[in-house]
Design a protein around this ligand. Structure first.
Ligand SMILES: [Fe+2]
Ligand SMILES: [Fe+2]
Length: 191
């Protein structure tokens, strides 16, 4: 295993609750598998998967203070500070491990905002986060999807999961996420 992956794994394990650490491991594993399937950098996928929620357990006040310290701004960031965790993850990792990668940062950032401009790595992290079940065991149907669906179809499935979750828990849905959803629902005709 790469030294950066080992260091980040140790940091994530130290910072997060056991449940969220297990989630991060599962997202990293799924992201690495998808990156290999789609011919992308598996190392970056694993790093982004491992680190994507590293600041998620900051309190609302800590999240806002940390974002302010690093001049991070997001529309609605004041009202929904937990959205900021995708944005603050890279700053935290840089501070603790002296490691920064633009693509890894972008993928972690967009897992909460679902920017309109998402590259394949961004989508892979979003998919891994949106599809990996809480108990970490994929159903046969999910496994088949991950092995057979093309990237945008997987992205559509993850987006539906995340939008459903936001609706159920009363969280905001970013405009870009809804735009993606509408675009993909037309292509996949509500499948
Ligand atoms: Fe997250
Ligand atoms: Fe997550």
């Amino acid at each position: 295993m790469d030294i950066k992956v080992i260091e980040l794994n140790n940091l994530v394990k130290e910072i997060l609750s056991e449940e969220r650490y297990q989630h991060s491991l599962a997202v990293a594993e799924c992201a690495g598998m998808l990156a290999a399937r789609f011919g992308l950098d598996t190392h970056k996928a694993e790093l982004a998967g491992l680190g994507h929620d590293i600041t998620k357990e900051f309190s609302a006040a800590e999240q806002k203070d940390y974002a302010l310290l690093h001049s991070v701004y997001l529309p609605d960031g004041d009202d929904f500070p937990q959205i900021l965790h995708g944005r603050t993850a890279a700053f935290f990792i840089k501070e603790k491990l002296n490691f920064y990668d633009n693509e890894v940062d972008g993928a972690m950032y967009k897992h909460t905002t679902c920017s309109e401009e998402m590259n394949e790595l961004d989508k892979i992290i979003f998919i891994a986060d949106g599809i990996t079940p809480r108990h970490h065991l994929f159903t046969a149907k999910q496994q088949q999807m991950l092995e057979e669906f093309e990237l945008n179809r997987l992205f559509y499935e993850a987006l539906k999961n995340k939008i459903n979750y936001c609706l159920l828990t009363g969280k905001i849905i970013y405009g870009a996420a809804l735009e993606w959803y509408n675009k993909l629902a037309v292509i996949y005709k509500g499948e």
